[in-house]
Design a protein around this ligand. Structure first.
Ligand code: BGC
Length: 352
């Protein structure tokens, strides 16, 4: 009897060890619905930075920052991926053909080439095409006839993919930053699939990023229908806890929130939960994820901003999700353009 009990104990122990070993071996991200190439790309993107508020301003410089020549080396020394938000819609004719200004195209191409030449992965997106989503226009944003908005979206991608088709396969396109408002559900899925079809005419294999509606929010993944395309990575954004990351921003509902700290036990739990939701979705659906934006506004205190950044990086590492910090040198930035130096505590929290 004693021997039998011992046997039972040993067997249980072995089974338990086996269970925990296989649980640990479970991939944190799914890749079964995409090509091996897309899967490898998602795993290789590493640490990234958004060149925010530069080419996505109505005109470069309107929001106080520009892509300066010295940034190429600075960024390439620290990051492996650069995400370049671009407001193509304000640099294209207002007709449905949306002919992109040649000088703007050249500017974008020069910037893309500089980063590619340094061996970086480069993501270019379509950012702040506000009117397409029925969102409020920014100062300096050209108003377009409503009935050509979608055709313009498709024709801009047609031109971009014709122009960049010969570029390195380290260049990726992200169809639309943060679809929201009118552009949700079926409407977004339909436009997304049409956009992919346009690009695929020229570039069957280029890796594309697309994400769910509601601002690429992780909570919207559950209803997201990924495209039936193998060369896809899913883009998500996360600014949890939002009242901390977006406190005191004049254009948001959080404008009167001040001195919000991070990260209390409950804030950490909230952050952990949302990452788990994302990772579970990825494993269940077989699409790899990319965290294209996270970050905190400059009004938060630096100790909290560092704690927040470290926590996101730790969670992303745990779930094997690569990321791009929002952003380089503006009001969420890790670099201070006035003193021309890194904000060291923030930079360190990204590099750990
Ligand atoms: C928007 C920025 C904004 C940031 C943080 C980005 O997607 O383009 O204007 O500052 O998210 O909210």
């Amino acid at each position: 009897m004693k021997i039998f009990a011992q046997f039972l104990k040993n067997t249980t122990l072995i089974v338990l060890i086996w269970f925990s070993a296989t649980a640990q071996a479970q991939p944190m991200q799914g890749c079964s619905s995409v090509s091996q190439k897309a899967c490898e790309v998602a795993k290789s993107l590493g640490k990234g930075i958004n060149l925010g508020n530069m080419l996505d301003a109505p005109k470069e410089g309107d929001w106080g920052v520009k892509v300066e020549p010295e940034y190429f080396d600075l960024i390439a020394e620290k990051f492996t991926t650069v995400r370049i938000p671009i407001r193509w819609s304000n640099h294209a004719s207002s007709s449905q053909l949306a002919i992109i200004d040649e000088s703007f195209f050249q500017r974008v191409e020069m910037i893309v080439d500089k980063f590619l030449a340094r061996g970086m992965y480069v993501i270019i997106d379509m950012h702040h095409y506000n009117q397409l989503m029925g969102a409020q226009l920014h100062n300096g944003e050209v108003k377009i006839e409503e009935n050509v908005l979608e055709a313009r979206f498709l024709n801009m991608w047609l031109q971009i993919s014709q122009r960049f088709a010969h570029k390195s396969d380290k260049l990726f396109y992200e169809l639309l930053n943060e679809p929201h408002n009118k552009l949700q559900g079926e409407k977004w899925h339909s436009l997304m699939n049409q956009g992919i079809a346009v690009i695929r005419k020229n570039e069957p294999n280029r890796i594309l990023l697309v994400g769910p509606d509601y601002y690429n929010n992780i909570s919207a993944l559950a209803k997201f229908q990924p495209p039936k395309d193998k060369n896809i990575v899913i883009s998500i954004h996360d600014y949890t806890p939002f009242t901390f990351t977006h406190q005191n921003i004049s254009w948001l509902f959080t404008k009167d929130m001040r001195d919000v700290k991070c990260c209390s036990y409950s804030q950490q739990k909230e952050m952990e939960t949302i990452f788990k939701v994302a990772a579970d979705w990825s494993v269940l659906n077989g699409y790899p994820l990319y965290l294209g934006e996270f970050g905190s506004y400059e009004k938060g205190d630096m100790v909290s901003r560092v704690a927040y950044t470290k926590k996101v990086v730790q969670l992303a590492t745990q779930y094997q999700i690569n990321w791009a910090f929002w952003e380089f040198s503006s009001s969420f930035g890790v670099f201070d353009p006035k003193t021309n130096s890194w904000r060291d505590p923030l930079l360190r929290s990204l590099m750990e």
